[in-house]
Design a protein around this ligand. Sequence first.
Ligand code: PBG
Length: 325
Amino acid sequence: MGFPQTRMRRLRNSPVMRRLLAGTQLHVDSFVYPMFVCPGEGIQTPIASMEGCFHYSADRIADPAQEIHSLGISAILLFGLPEKKDAQGSQSWSEQSAVCRAIRQIKSKVPGLLVITDVCLCAYTDHGHCGVVADGKIDNDRTVQNLAQMALAHARAGADIVAPSDMMDGRVQAIRQTLDQADLADTAILSYAAKYASAFYGPFRQAAHSAPEFGDRRSYQMDPAAGYQQALREIALDIDEGADLVMIKPALPYLDIISAARRRFDVPLAAYQVSGEYMMLCQAAAAGLLDRQQAILETLTAIKRAGADILITYFAKEAANLLHG
Ligand code: PBG
Protein backbone atom coordinates (compact mmCIF):
# COMPACT_ATOMS: atom_id res chain seq x y z
CA MET A 1 0.00 0.00 0.00
CA GLY A 2 1.38 3.40 -0.95
CA PHE A 3 0.62 7.03 -0.31
CA PRO A 4 -1.74 8.40 1.01
CA GLN A 5 -2.62 5.33 3.14
CA THR A 6 1.02 4.95 4.06
CA ARG A 7 2.68 7.95 5.67
CA MET A 8 6.17 7.34 7.03
CA ARG A 9 6.19 10.66 8.84
CA ARG A 10 3.71 9.24 11.41
CA LEU A 11 6.71 7.39 12.79
CA ARG A 12 8.75 10.56 13.21
CA ASN A 13 6.26 13.16 14.31
CA SER A 14 7.11 13.47 18.00
CA PRO A 15 10.27 13.21 20.05
CA VAL A 16 8.84 10.34 22.06
CA MET A 17 7.88 8.40 18.91
CA ARG A 18 11.41 8.88 17.59
CA ARG A 19 12.78 7.66 20.88
CA LEU A 20 10.57 4.59 20.76
CA LEU A 21 12.01 3.69 17.39
CA ALA A 22 15.66 4.57 18.03
CA GLY A 23 17.14 1.11 17.72
CA THR A 24 20.72 2.30 18.09
CA GLN A 25 21.83 3.58 21.48
CA LEU A 26 25.28 4.86 22.35
CA HIS A 27 26.67 3.77 25.70
CA VAL A 28 29.74 5.17 27.36
CA ASP A 29 30.61 1.59 28.42
CA SER A 30 31.47 0.70 24.84
CA PHE A 31 33.89 3.62 24.30
CA VAL A 32 37.66 3.22 24.17
CA TYR A 33 39.88 6.31 24.43
CA PRO A 34 43.32 6.23 22.72
CA MET A 35 46.27 7.79 24.60
CA PHE A 36 49.94 8.44 23.81
CA VAL A 37 52.81 7.80 26.22
CA CYS A 38 56.39 8.95 25.81
CA PRO A 39 59.69 8.36 27.65
CA GLY A 40 60.90 10.80 30.26
CA GLU A 41 59.33 12.39 33.29
CA GLY A 42 56.96 15.25 34.00
CA ILE A 43 55.82 15.45 30.38
CA GLN A 44 52.36 16.48 29.31
CA THR A 45 52.67 18.06 25.87
CA PRO A 46 49.80 18.87 23.51
CA ILE A 47 50.02 17.01 20.19
CA ALA A 48 50.02 19.61 17.42
CA SER A 49 48.29 17.43 14.82
CA MET A 50 45.56 16.13 17.13
CA GLU A 51 43.33 18.58 18.96
CA GLY A 52 42.91 17.88 22.67
CA CYS A 53 45.40 14.96 22.68
CA PHE A 54 48.65 14.88 24.67
CA HIS A 55 51.92 13.03 24.98
CA TYR A 56 52.18 11.92 28.60
CA SER A 57 55.18 10.44 30.32
CA ALA A 58 54.30 7.39 32.42
CA ASP A 59 54.47 9.33 35.70
CA ARG A 60 51.79 11.75 34.41
CA ILE A 61 49.32 9.22 32.99
CA ALA A 62 47.40 8.29 36.15
CA ASP A 63 45.44 11.55 36.50
CA PRO A 64 44.04 11.63 32.96
CA ALA A 65 43.38 7.88 33.21
CA GLN A 66 41.41 8.52 36.40
CA GLU A 67 39.40 11.23 34.63
CA ILE A 68 38.53 8.80 31.83
CA HIS A 69 37.50 6.14 34.33
CA SER A 70 35.34 8.66 36.20
CA LEU A 71 33.47 9.43 32.98
CA GLY A 72 32.44 5.78 32.81
CA ILE A 73 34.66 4.94 29.83
CA SER A 74 35.69 1.27 30.09
CA ALA A 75 39.08 1.22 28.43
CA ILE A 76 42.01 3.13 27.06
CA LEU A 77 44.19 2.12 24.11
CA LEU A 78 47.86 2.95 24.73
CA PHE A 79 50.37 3.94 22.05
CA GLY A 80 54.02 4.38 22.94
CA LEU A 81 57.06 6.27 21.76
CA PRO A 82 60.60 4.95 22.29
CA GLU A 83 63.67 6.78 23.57
CA LYS A 84 65.59 5.63 20.53
CA LYS A 85 64.48 4.05 17.29
CA ASP A 86 66.47 1.28 15.58
CA ALA A 87 66.08 -1.09 12.64
CA GLN A 88 64.44 -3.87 14.68
CA GLY A 89 62.29 -1.63 16.87
CA SER A 90 63.93 -3.27 19.86
CA GLN A 91 62.62 -0.84 22.48
CA SER A 92 59.12 -2.09 21.73
CA TRP A 93 59.66 -5.23 23.81
CA SER A 94 61.55 -3.60 26.67
CA GLU A 95 59.87 -4.01 30.06
CA GLN A 96 61.04 -0.44 30.78
CA SER A 97 59.32 1.06 27.71
CA ALA A 98 57.04 4.04 28.25
CA VAL A 99 54.05 1.79 27.58
CA CYS A 100 55.04 -0.82 30.19
CA ARG A 101 55.74 1.86 32.77
CA ALA A 102 52.40 3.53 32.00
CA ILE A 103 50.53 0.22 32.35
CA ARG A 104 52.03 -0.35 35.79
CA GLN A 105 51.06 3.19 36.88
CA ILE A 106 47.50 2.83 35.67
CA LYS A 107 47.04 -0.65 37.10
CA SER A 108 48.17 0.49 40.54
CA LYS A 109 46.31 3.81 40.59
CA VAL A 110 43.22 3.21 38.43
CA PRO A 111 42.67 -0.55 38.67
CA GLY A 112 39.10 -0.38 37.36
CA LEU A 113 40.16 0.88 33.93
CA LEU A 114 40.86 -1.71 31.22
CA VAL A 115 44.20 -1.21 29.50
CA ILE A 116 44.54 -2.17 25.85
CA THR A 117 47.95 -1.74 24.20
CA ASP A 118 48.73 -1.24 20.54
CA VAL A 119 51.25 -3.85 19.39
CA CYS A 120 53.16 -2.62 16.35
CA LEU A 121 56.74 -1.69 15.51
CA CYS A 122 56.21 1.43 13.39
CA ALA A 123 56.82 3.97 16.17
CA TYR A 124 59.94 2.03 17.24
CA THR A 125 61.72 1.39 13.94
CA ASP A 126 64.04 3.99 12.41
CA HIS A 127 62.55 3.34 8.95
CA GLY A 128 58.96 3.74 10.26
CA HIS A 129 57.62 0.47 8.86
CA CYS A 130 55.45 -1.85 10.94
CA GLY A 131 57.91 -4.72 10.48
CA VAL A 132 61.53 -5.74 10.15
CA VAL A 133 62.99 -4.75 6.77
CA ALA A 134 65.18 -7.22 4.85
CA ASP A 135 66.32 -6.52 1.27
CA GLY A 136 63.94 -3.56 1.07
CA LYS A 137 60.95 -5.74 1.97
CA ILE A 138 58.99 -6.28 5.15
CA ASP A 139 59.98 -9.68 6.55
CA ASN A 140 56.71 -11.14 7.85
CA ASP A 141 57.99 -14.02 9.97
CA ARG A 142 60.79 -12.16 11.75
CA THR A 143 58.37 -9.33 12.49
CA VAL A 144 55.92 -11.75 14.05
CA GLN A 145 58.57 -12.94 16.53
CA ASN A 146 59.26 -9.36 17.62
CA LEU A 147 55.57 -8.57 17.95
CA ALA A 148 55.07 -11.60 20.19
CA GLN A 149 57.84 -10.33 22.48
CA MET A 150 56.28 -6.88 22.53
CA ALA A 151 52.85 -8.30 23.43
CA LEU A 152 54.50 -10.42 26.14
CA ALA A 153 56.16 -7.37 27.72
CA HIS A 154 52.82 -5.52 27.76
CA ALA A 155 50.96 -8.49 29.22
CA ARG A 156 53.60 -8.97 31.92
CA ALA A 157 53.28 -5.29 32.83
CA GLY A 158 49.56 -5.88 33.33
CA ALA A 159 47.80 -5.07 30.04
CA ASP A 160 44.32 -6.60 29.92
CA ILE A 161 44.16 -6.75 26.14
CA VAL A 162 46.94 -6.62 23.53
CA ALA A 163 46.01 -5.27 20.11
CA PRO A 164 48.31 -6.10 17.18
CA SER A 165 47.91 -3.44 14.46
CA ASP A 166 50.72 -4.43 12.09
CA MET A 167 48.76 -6.61 9.61
CA MET A 168 51.45 -9.34 9.36
CA ASP A 169 50.21 -12.88 8.74
CA GLY A 170 50.23 -15.28 11.67
CA ARG A 171 50.86 -12.74 14.41
CA VAL A 172 47.76 -13.55 16.41
CA GLN A 173 48.76 -17.20 16.63
CA ALA A 174 52.32 -16.32 17.65
CA ILE A 175 51.11 -13.90 20.31
CA ARG A 176 48.57 -16.38 21.72
CA GLN A 177 51.20 -19.14 21.96
CA THR A 178 53.75 -16.83 23.56
CA LEU A 179 51.24 -15.56 26.14
CA ASP A 180 49.99 -19.05 26.97
CA GLN A 181 53.53 -20.38 27.44
CA ALA A 182 54.18 -17.52 29.86
CA ASP A 183 51.09 -18.37 31.92
CA LEU A 184 49.22 -15.34 30.60
CA ALA A 185 46.18 -17.16 29.31
CA ASP A 186 43.89 -14.45 30.70
CA THR A 187 45.34 -11.69 28.54
CA ALA A 188 42.93 -11.13 25.66
CA ILE A 189 43.81 -10.34 22.04
CA LEU A 190 42.03 -7.65 20.04
CA SER A 191 43.31 -7.98 16.51
CA TYR A 192 43.23 -5.13 14.06
CA ALA A 193 41.87 -7.73 11.65
CA ALA A 194 40.73 -5.60 8.72
CA LYS A 195 42.97 -2.56 8.66
CA TYR A 196 43.17 -0.55 5.46
CA ALA A 197 46.08 1.41 3.96
CA SER A 198 44.30 4.69 4.64
CA ALA A 199 45.01 8.38 4.24
CA PHE A 200 43.08 8.94 7.46
CA TYR A 201 46.03 7.96 9.69
CA GLY A 202 47.83 11.20 8.79
CA PRO A 203 47.45 13.13 12.08
CA PHE A 204 48.35 10.01 14.09
CA ARG A 205 51.59 9.45 12.19
CA GLN A 206 52.67 12.96 13.07
CA ALA A 207 51.78 12.25 16.71
CA ALA A 208 53.57 8.90 16.82
CA HIS A 209 56.45 9.98 14.54
CA SER A 210 55.71 6.80 12.61
CA ALA A 211 55.44 7.75 8.93
CA PRO A 212 57.40 5.27 6.78
CA GLU A 213 60.73 6.68 5.51
CA PHE A 214 60.41 4.91 2.17
CA GLY A 215 57.49 3.40 0.29
CA ASP A 216 54.12 2.92 1.94
CA ARG A 217 52.17 0.33 3.91
CA ARG A 218 50.31 -1.22 1.00
CA SER A 219 52.13 -4.56 1.13
CA TYR A 220 50.68 -5.25 4.57
CA GLN A 221 47.66 -3.01 5.16
CA MET A 222 44.61 -3.74 3.03
CA ASP A 223 43.73 -2.11 -0.28
CA PRO A 224 40.66 0.13 0.19
CA ALA A 225 39.39 -1.12 -3.16
CA ALA A 226 39.54 -4.82 -2.25
CA GLY A 227 36.17 -6.56 -2.00
CA TYR A 228 34.60 -7.17 1.39
CA GLN A 229 35.40 -10.87 1.02
CA GLN A 230 39.07 -10.16 1.71
CA ALA A 231 38.12 -8.47 4.98
CA LEU A 232 35.99 -11.45 5.97
CA ARG A 233 38.91 -13.83 5.28
CA GLU A 234 41.28 -11.68 7.35
CA ILE A 235 38.81 -11.67 10.24
CA ALA A 236 38.12 -15.42 9.99
CA LEU A 237 41.84 -16.20 10.06
CA ASP A 238 42.43 -14.02 13.11
CA ILE A 239 39.52 -15.61 14.98
CA ASP A 240 40.92 -19.01 14.05
CA GLU A 241 44.36 -18.02 15.37
CA GLY A 242 42.86 -17.00 18.70
CA ALA A 243 41.66 -13.40 18.49
CA ASP A 244 39.07 -12.75 21.21
CA LEU A 245 37.87 -9.50 19.66
CA VAL A 246 38.41 -8.12 16.16
CA MET A 247 38.66 -4.60 14.79
CA ILE A 248 37.87 -2.81 11.58
CA LYS A 249 39.74 0.38 10.87
CA PRO A 250 39.09 3.17 9.82
CA ALA A 251 35.40 3.25 10.73
CA LEU A 252 33.19 5.68 8.83
CA PRO A 253 34.58 5.02 5.32
CA TYR A 254 34.27 1.24 5.97
CA LEU A 255 30.74 0.87 7.34
CA ASP A 256 30.02 -1.75 4.69
CA ILE A 257 32.86 -3.89 6.04
CA ILE A 258 31.61 -3.49 9.62
CA SER A 259 28.15 -4.51 8.54
CA ALA A 260 29.37 -7.54 6.54
CA ALA A 261 31.51 -8.66 9.48
CA ARG A 262 28.59 -8.23 11.89
CA ARG A 263 26.41 -10.50 9.81
CA ARG A 264 29.09 -13.19 9.47
CA PHE A 265 30.78 -13.36 12.91
CA ASP A 266 29.61 -13.59 16.50
CA VAL A 267 32.81 -12.28 18.13
CA PRO A 268 32.89 -8.79 19.67
CA LEU A 269 33.51 -6.26 16.94
CA ALA A 270 35.43 -3.01 17.44
CA ALA A 271 35.63 -0.09 15.02
CA TYR A 272 38.29 2.62 15.19
CA GLN A 273 37.28 6.17 14.29
CA VAL A 274 40.84 7.17 13.42
CA SER A 275 42.79 10.40 13.73
CA GLY A 276 41.89 11.72 10.27
CA GLU A 277 38.19 11.09 10.80
CA TYR A 278 38.52 12.90 14.12
CA MET A 279 40.43 15.93 12.86
CA MET A 280 38.22 16.28 9.80
CA LEU A 281 35.22 16.80 12.07
CA CYS A 282 37.14 19.04 14.48
CA GLN A 283 38.29 21.31 11.68
CA ALA A 284 34.96 21.41 9.87
CA ALA A 285 33.25 22.34 13.14
CA ALA A 286 35.89 24.97 13.90
CA ALA A 287 35.29 26.46 10.45
CA GLY A 288 31.61 26.76 11.30
CA LEU A 289 30.62 24.22 8.66
CA LEU A 290 28.82 21.76 10.88
CA ASP A 291 27.55 21.30 14.41
CA ARG A 292 30.31 19.57 16.35
CA GLN A 293 28.22 17.80 18.97
CA GLN A 294 25.64 16.59 16.51
CA ALA A 295 28.35 15.34 14.15
CA ILE A 296 30.11 13.43 16.95
CA LEU A 297 26.94 11.63 18.00
CA GLU A 298 25.83 11.03 14.41
CA THR A 299 29.09 9.44 13.29
CA LEU A 300 29.37 7.26 16.40
CA THR A 301 25.74 6.20 16.04
CA ALA A 302 26.35 5.28 12.40
CA ILE A 303 29.35 3.13 13.32
CA LYS A 304 27.33 1.39 16.02
CA ARG A 305 24.32 0.96 13.74
CA ALA A 306 26.55 -0.72 11.15
CA GLY A 307 27.31 -3.35 13.79
CA ALA A 308 30.25 -2.32 15.97
CA ASP A 309 30.05 -3.27 19.66
CA ILE A 310 33.10 -1.26 20.70
CA LEU A 311 33.86 2.28 19.55
CA ILE A 312 37.46 3.45 19.68
CA THR A 313 37.41 7.21 19.35
CA TYR A 314 39.30 10.38 20.28
CA PHE A 315 35.83 11.83 20.97
CA ALA A 316 35.22 9.33 23.80
CA LYS A 317 35.47 11.91 26.60
CA GLU A 318 33.40 14.52 24.78
CA ALA A 319 30.78 11.96 23.75
CA ALA A 320 30.61 10.63 27.32
CA ASN A 321 29.88 14.15 28.54
CA LEU A 322 27.24 14.61 25.84
CA LEU A 323 25.53 11.35 26.82
CA HIS A 324 25.63 12.21 30.51
CA GLY A 325 23.89 15.38 29.31
C1 PBG B 1 50.22 1.54 14.03
C2 PBG B 1 48.92 2.26 14.07
C3 PBG B 1 48.46 3.32 13.26
C4 PBG B 1 47.22 3.70 13.79
C5 PBG B 1 46.95 2.84 14.85
N1 PBG B 1 48.00 1.95 14.99
C6 PBG B 1 49.12 4.05 12.14
C7 PBG B 1 49.42 3.36 10.88
O1 PBG B 1 49.05 2.22 10.66
O2 PBG B 1 50.12 4.01 10.10
C8 PBG B 1 46.38 4.82 13.31
C9 PBG B 1 45.44 5.40 14.33
C10 PBG B 1 44.84 6.71 13.95
O3 PBG B 1 45.03 7.25 12.84
O4 PBG B 1 44.15 7.26 14.81
N2 PBG B 1 50.43 0.69 12.98
